[in-house]
Design a protein around this ligand. Structure first.
Ligand SMILES: [Mg+2]
Length: 260
């Protein structure tokens, strides 16, 4: 039985700056029925408030406690491991989010090195991180995406920075974001629901659906974004359910009494 939902955002509930048909109604329904859900994203360069503003502008009634960025999932993971002091390479908004959540930022005597989508990537920081990783400090990265798509072409993302440190230290980090299962595990903590009772809904087989399968959640692929039906045929990643779009999913799954 599905008791909660984890939604990807881009290609699943909106495309660029526009809500996908049926998405606003879907969240209105979940809110009304008090069905637990969260929205996840691998992007660790923005804080939750950036996403909430964007969603409100498009007409969604979604509060900030429903947003799980890979940065926030990393904070939850650090807490699970009782890591209090970290050296963080990330944006100022992510640094603030860490501090607000009780994580101390330092460059010595740290429990972990955390690498995020650091838009201020600078050489001195890389030297510090390199030395800490060489000294066997646990190395954690928020997400594996090598590039971040922008309107005028893509830009280097956290995955490219992971390669930089793998090259210099020979050490690979533990990665939190999708397709790795830790993100889904943290969502399950956030929703206070067992992972096998959750369903991951997304438009990409090799990130969203892969994460769901690896973590033991149910999975649902929507054809409103990147994946076409021919891609599914040619893939060995098999979602439990497929729907044309979130509208179809709302009517045929969420509002269907047999499933909930
Ligand atoms: Mg997507």
């Amino acid at each position: 039985m599905t008791k909660g939902f984890l939604f990807d955002m881009d290609g699943t509930i909106f495309l660029e700056d526009q809500a996908i048909d049926g998405a606003i109604e879907c969240f209105d329904y979940l809110n009304k029925k008090q069905i637990p859900y969260c929205l996840f994203t691998n992007n660790s360069s923005n804080s939750k408030s950036v996403y909430v503003k964007k969603l409100h502008k498009m007409g969604f009634d979604i509060t900030s406690d429903k947003i799980l960025t890979s940065g926030l999932a990393t904070i939850l993971y650090l807490k699970r491991r009782s890591f209090k002091n970290v050296f963080l390479m990330g944006t100022d908004s992510l640094k603030l989010e860490f501090v607000e959540n009780g994580i101390n930022l330092s460059d010595s005597k740290v429990d972990a090195v955390v690498l995020a989508f650091d838009k201020g990537f600078n050489y001195q920081d890389t030297v510090t991180a390199h030395k800490l990783i060489q000294a066997q400090t646990p190395f954690i990265a928020t997400h594996p995406d090598k590039v971040c798509p922008m309107r005028d072409g893509d830009i280097p993302d956290c995955g490219a920075m992971i390669s930089y440190f793998e090259s210099s230290t020979g050490v690979s980090p533990e990665i939190i974001g999708k397709p790795y299962p830790i993100m889904a595990e943290m969502a399950s903590e956030l929703l206070n629901e067992k992972i096998e009772n959750l369903m991951v809904i997304g438009d990409r087989l090799y990130t969203d659906i892969e994460m769901g399968i690896r973590s033991g959640a149910k999975t649902c692929l929507l054809f409103s974004g990147e994946t076409k039906k021919i891609d599914l045929k040619n893939s060995n990643v098999e979602p439990d359910y497929c729907f044309e779009s979130i509208k179809d999913f709302l009517v045929k799954y969420i509002q269907s009494d047999q499933k909930l």
